[in-house]
Design a protein around this ligand. Structure first.
Ligand code: CTP
Ligand code: CA
Length: 227
């Protein structure tokens, strides 16, 4: 954009962002999902692009528009999201904002499940989905900077640090969902930026402002650390 004179501290950097929920089919007409709107992940993808990064956004099903200047890969389920992320590597930065469904049904019915004459509901057998962040954070093609999100209702810092270690992330942005701030679908977010040795509480702000502040931190990190 010729009129865009803003600084481009992340020029030449490749970033991958996951956003939105995933949707896990039960049968051709039913699925399991969650209330993630994609607003926070999409705002981060837009802010990274604004800072000059080449951004690939892997998005689950959302009803918000694609961000500007970002390549979007639309996926439905966790397994497809993982495949899209793996295909997008290598990258310098990866930010995992998606609310990935933790489980899927272990065998999807190919026909619509009908009500049983006995009145018994179907027993859905579930299996765990792949942990996309952990696969990348602990993987061979690990980007220089790996950032995860975590929604917690209690012991926010302890739980976030445990996730940081387990998943091989550098930072976890912890959402405090215990507050009445209507995170899912809402426009504001109250987060803490947690690394192995630091813990910073940010004031309540819009999801766009969280994105801008996070990208500012990412740019600083690439300024001070040669990676
Ligand atoms: N995540 C992921 N793949 C999954 C589950 C989570 O990539 N299958 C990522 C999310 O995008 C987020 C981070 O891991 O960046 C933490 O997600 P969260 O749901 O808070 O953690 P879980 O490990 O699933 O633990 P739990 O839901 O039991 O708290
Ligand atoms: Ca989870």
């Amino acid at each position: 954009d010729l009129l865009d004179n803003t600084p481009k501290p992340l020029a030449g950097k490749r970033a991958i962002v996951t956003s939105g929920p995933t949707r896990e089919d039960i049968d051709p007409v039913r699925y399991i999902s969650n209330h993630s709107s994609g607003k926070q992940g999409h705002a981060i993808a837009a802010a990274l692009a604004q800072a000059g990064a080449e951004v690939l956004l892997v998005s689950g099903p959302v009803s918000i528009p694609d961000p500007h200047d970002v390549t979007v890969v639309n996926v439905i389920c966790a397994v497809d999201m993982q495949q899209a992320v793996d295909r997008a590597l290598p990258a310098d930065i990866a930010v995992f904002v998606a609310a990935v469904a933790d489980w899927r049904v272990d065998s999807q019915a190919s026909e619509k499940i009908k009500k049983d004459k006995s009145g018994k509901p179907p027993a859905l057998s579930m299996i765990e989905n792949p942990d996309i962040l952990a696969g990348v954070g602990n993987g061979k093609k690990r980007p220089a900077l790996v950032v995860g999100f975590a929604a917690e209702t209690e012991n926010v810092v302890d739980h976030a640090r445990a996730k940081l270690a387990k998943k091989g992330a550098d930072w976890i942005v912890a959402n405090d969902v215990s507050e009445e701030n209507n995170v899912f679908g809402g426009d504001a977010n109250t987060v803490r930026l947690i690394s192995a040795h630091d813990d910073e509480a940010w004031p309540k702000m819009s999801k766009e402002d969280v994105a801008a502040k996070l990208v500012e931190r990412i740019a600083q990190r690439f300024e001070t650390v040669s990676v």
